[in-house]
Design a protein around this ligand. Structure first.
Ligand code: AHR
Length: 511
């Protein structure tokens, strides 16, 4: 006799979706692993904005703050430790007002200018091309220089590239040698303008495409040229740029995309530290939009570039909140909480999973501006929750991405919901690294990791989490958010099961 079975609603959902709520399964497919995760996906951005360069990176040789040739020793050490692979400079909006020749030669002779975009403060040009490239050498990071298209000229840009990269004899290389640098620098990445649809000249995509072609054709020596790309979901911008570069094989190697997570709106962006669960949810939900943006921009790029020769360069991303009360509104200084760690973890997982098209990304901005990895106050330094995410995820740099399916439940808020777990994986030197974010701030999640056909037997873990979702690290106080050991059980039969704490970013390594 057939037994009558009671089918509950939860049971029905399991049958239909294969998902047990509160339980996530992550399946990895090593046989499909073929795409390398460029280390440049872990890139950073430093603009002449607020206290990012001055005070954050550069304090000058005469400062009481311990430094090497003017660069803060504490910051230099922390960036090396984090394995920073690449740094974009000098902007941002600042780039399209910058005359590079004002920033070379003896410092006392360099002219000052007004930083019109960022607080109208005086920029004394004491940090220029030589300082930037010297700093990159110090921290072992690839430099990425953004030339001025909005208010500059083709000649100025081509001379800058020649000054930096040429080993030939010319007025520009003579000038470089006179300024103390005999050999050229190896600078691969050059951005041709920034946000030229906005602060970089208010151009249309059609007009910018023509201007870009003009600049790019004189950018000899620039091996990897990056065109200004779209803001958010401006898919028309991507379509026009890709169309206008067709048939020109060497003209564009990268196309950028800027997307910031704005919790509320541009007028009232919300506090970086004082928020409720609704804002937590909204921030993470808006961060997940990055995945849709990349998919849709990539689909347009695929139409013109099916071989994926052109990289999608997400050269500005991160949380943008209201400035810290009492600070200069033009300096964009904000604190950084566990919520920022989740935002960084989710974005970096998304970039890893799209590593076939996303070849670089640059969080905005390295120090003291927007979603920073480091904050400084005089001679003090704080490592933010975002810093620890970059440090944790550095295992993915130059590793092979492992395609994954993540079956997970939903974290719900009012009528909205997001997937509870977000993850990515890679493999290098026989070690599999899985980075996992639990978006739910209240509930832990059971996670099972399976790699069909593999028999890993050892596992280790690291975790970034805290008691409160708005925990942050502050000057002179105990560090509340950092990276800690995370105990995981021994894998059994090629499976690892773990309990992922609420509001956490976790790295699991298997071998
Ligand atoms: O990162 C701050 C600013 O945001 C950049 O200067 C600009 O490119 C963007 O609008």
């Amino acid at each position: 006799m057939m037994k009558k079975m009671k089918l509950t609603l939860a049971g029905l959902l399991v049958l239909v979706t294969g998902i047990i709520y509160g339980q996530t399964t992550i399946t990895l497919y090593p046989d499909q692993a073929e795409t390398k995760i460029s280390k440049e996906i872990y890139g950073h951005f430093a603009e002449h904005l607020g206290r990012c360069i001055y005070g954050g990176i550069f304090v000058g040789e005469d400062s009481d703050i311990p430094n090497t040739r003017g660069f803060r020793d504490d910051v230099t050490g922390a960036l090396i430790d984090m394995k920073i692979p690449l740094l974009r400079w000098p902007g941002g909006c600042f780039a399209d007002t910058y005359n590079w020749k004002d920033g070379i030669g003896p410092r006392q002779e360099r002219p000052s200018m007004v930083n019109v975009h960022w607080g109208g403060v005086t920029e004394d040009n004491s940090f220029g091309t030589h300082e930037f490239l010297d700093f990159c050498e110090l921290i072992n990071a690839e430099p990425y220089i953004n030339v001025n298209v909005g208010s500059g000229t083709v000649r100025e840009a081509s001379e800058w590239i020649e000054y930096v990269t040429s080993s030939n004899i010319s007025p520009m290389t003579d000038l470089r040698k006179k300024n103390g640098r005999e050999e050229p620098w190896d600078v691969k990445y050059w951005g041709i303008g920034n946000e030229n649809w906005g602060c970089g000249g208010e151009m249309t995509p059609e007009y910018y495409s023509d201007v870009y072609r003009n600049y790019a054709s004189y950018a000899r020596g620039a091996r990897y040229k990056i065109a200004c790309g779209a803001s958010d979901s401006d898919y028309n911008w991507t379509d026009v740029l890709m169309k206008k570069m067709q048939g020109k094989r060497n003209i564009m190697q990268g196309l950028s995309l800027h997307y910031y997570t704005i919790t509320h709106n541009w007028q009232k962006k919300g506090s970086a530290t004082d928020f409720d669960e609704n804002e937590w949810f909204t921030t993470l939900n808006k961060t997940l939009f990055m995945d849709e943006l990349i998919q849709k921009h990539s689909t347009i790029m695929d139409k013109y570039d099916p071989e994926k020769r052109i990289g999608l360069i997400v050269d500005e991303w991160g949380n943008w909140f209201d400035v810290e009360p009492g600070t200069n509104p033009g300096f964009l200084y904000q604190q950084n909480t566990l919520r920022d760690a989740l935002v960084a973890g989710i974005n970096l997982n998304i970039f890893n999973n799209h590593a076939d098209r996303v070849k670089m990304s640059n969080i905005a901005q390295t120090i003291n501006v927007l979603q920073s990895v480091i904050l400084t106050k005089d001679d003090e330094m704080v490592l933010t929750p975002t810093y620890y995410v970059f440090k944790m995820y550095s295992v993915h740099q130059e590793a092979t991405m492992l395609p994954a399916t993540v079956k997970t439940g939903e974290y719900k808020m009012d009528r909205r919901s997001v997937p509870t777990v977000n993850a990515s994986a890679s493999t290098k030197d026989g070690v599999v690294s899985v980075t996992i974010c639990n978006l739910n701030p209240n509930e832990s999640e059971s996670v099972e990791i399976t790699i069909p056909g593999s028999d890993f037997s050892e596992a280790s873990g690291q975790i970034i989490s805290a008691q409160k979702m708005n925990a942050y690290n502050d000057f002179g106080k105990e560090e509340l958010v950092s990276m800690k050991e995370f105990a995981v059980a021994k894998p059994k039969n090629g499976k690892l099961t773990l309990e992922l704490p609420s509001k956490s970013v976790v790295l699991v390594q298997l071998k």
